[in-house]
Design a protein around this ligand. Structure first.
Ligand SMILES: Cc1cc2nc3c(=O)[nH]c(=O)nc-3n(C[C@H](O)[C@H](O)[C@H](O)COP(=O)(O)OP(=O)(O)OC[C@H]3O[C@@H](n4cnc5c(N)ncnc54)[C@H](O)[C@@H]3O)c2cc1C
Length: 438
């Protein structure tokens, strides 16, 4: 009987197990994970932190659902892979052999490398254990310093504010998430924060964490400000967990390198999710998505290939729908500013493809509470960012994903005015009803 071993019980690993089981009720599946809580919603951690959902809602499947999967779930850390002997080594249970192996090892938070980083009171928001730790400390926290300008950074800010903590938010750039958002867009996020017990500090980083008797008492910033606090929360990015792959001699760069079949440089070893750096055979580029839905799709495609069905992973346009300081925001495709802010890691809830500055024209329109930005190529829309009113999001997603020829309305889209959202909507309705060729 074929034995499939999957390292990681995140969305990529879990979906792979589910897909393998659906394809073949008799196949042997071993799931190994060093997360004691198994499979749960990582994006949901932010809502658990604010108190909007209880912890049990993070667990997407009932116990019954899990049992139906009929896998051998081993809790422990894989310390070594040997592709030659098709063996992995687990710290809790020793050697396990595999016929096919999936590395769905995810990514882990980049640690803050400053003096004082060992003090009690330094927290992150990577997994359930981290979230529980923050919640256990919150009663004794009046003020926190948060650092990190992406999705996790702002989720830390909002979670702490919701729990009654006063926050100093340090941003390295000119404005919040400046390699993805424009200044106006960022303003829509920063304004409500500033009304909410959050003090924003632009062009500031933490130079040192200050402490007394082993506990955080404050920070000294890069410009010399001293901010008193009991907690320092860090969301400065993540790095793919590539150590196992590296140790096994597999090809890695920022992630574990895989081809369009999600196959690594070793036969019978596959990778998916935040850990995988996937080659796009059409552009020749490879990139990492730190996003839930691509992770799910990759888990499914990896399983097909592990089972011997040749199935190519077709990257869909990276999309995220999220609340940023209460502003509903949809990000689709290449909408970045091209700024790199010296960033060496990727951000959770984001895609490397967003940060690329396409060689095209951006067009925007908006009011104080709603904003729309389009990245317009020669014949196609390449990206869009919609903040506030979301009725245009679905049409944009469809037009961008299906690479619809927008030549007939291109000129209208390049004249920013209140109406260009309506032009998109009308055109989408027309293409849907077959009125325009795709
Ligand atoms: C706070 C937060 C907010 C987010 N918000 C969004 C959002 O708005 N939208 C969005 O699309 N995405 C968001 N994400 C990102 C999304 O959750 C991830 O992209 C996705 O969960 C990645 O899944 P994965 O299966 O690749 O990895 P993970 O979920 O990280 O799972 C990795 C697994 O590998 C295991 N593992 C790793 N190494 C070993 C080893 N050596 N031995 C044993 N086990 C090992 C770990 O225990 C874990 O089970 C967010 C994430 C966080 C944390």
């Amino acid at each position: 009987m074929t034995r499939h071993v999957i390292i990681g019980t995140g969305i990529a690993g879990y979906t792979a197990a589910e897909t393998l089981r659906t394809m073949d009720p008799s196949v042997e599946i071993v799931l190994v994970s060093d997360d004691p809580y198994g499979f749960y919603s990582r994006p949901g951690l932010a809502y658990y932190l604010t108190g909007e959902i209880p912890e049990k809602q993070l667990f997407l499947f009932s116990k019954k659902g899990k049992l139906n999967l009929d896998v051998n779930h081993i809790k422990g850390q894989v310390t070594q892979i040997d592709p030659t002997s098709h063996t992995i080594n687990i710290n809790t249970s020793g050697k396990v052999t595999y016929d096919r192996l999936l590395l769905a090892t995810g990514a882990s938070g980049v640690p803050l490398d400053v003096p004082g980083a060992n003090l009690q009171g330094l927290v992150k928001l990577d997994d359930l254990q981290d979230t529980r730790k923050i919640l256990s400390m919150i009663r004794n926290t009046k003020t926190a310093v948060v650092v990190g300008g992406g999705v996790v950074g702002i989720e830390l800010v909002e979670g702490l504010v919701a729990r009654g903590v006063k926050v100093h938010y340090l941003l390295r750039g000119d404005w919040f998430w400046s390699n993805v958002l424009g200044e106006i867009e960022s303003g829509m996020v920063e304004r409500p924060l500033a009304h909410n017990e959050v003090t924003l500090h632009h062009h500031e980083e933490i130079a040192e964490i200050l402490g007394k008797r082993g506990k955080v008492t404050g920070v000294r910033t890069s410009t010399g400000k001293i901010l008193q606090c009991e907690m320092v929360a860090v969301g400065i990015g993540v790095k793919a967990r590539v150590d196992l792959a590296q140790g096994a001699g597999l090809k890695t760069e920022r992630g574990i390198m895989v081809n369009e079949y999600l196959q690594t440089s070793a036969s019978d070893v596959f990778a998916a999710g935040d850990a995988a750096q996937i080659l796009d055979p059409f552009s020749g580029h490879s990139s990492i998505d730190n996003l839930w839905y691509p992770g799910r799709k990759q888990g499914r495609i990896a399983a097909f290939n592990m089972a011997g069905q040749k199935e190519m992973y077709k990257r869909t346009v990276a999309t995220n729908v999220l609340l940023l300081a209460g502003v509903m925001t949809t990000i689709i495709g290449a909408i970045g500013s091209g700024r790199d802010e010296g960033q060496v890691s990727t951000m959770r809830g984001s895609s490397e493809t967003w940060q690329q500055l396409p060689n095209t024209i951006a067009s925007e329109s908006g009011t104080d509470v709603s904003h729309l930005r389009l990245v317009v190529g020669e014949q196609k829309l390449l990206g869009a960012l919609v903040m506030g009113d979301q009725k245009i999001s679905r049409p944009l997603r469809d037009l961008i994903n299906a690479q619809v020829d927008i030549s007939p309305i291109r000129n209208q889209l390049l004249q920013p005015n209140e109406q260009f959202g309506q032009s998109v909507m009308d055109y989408w309705l027309k293409t849907k009803s077959g009125g325009q060729a795709r």
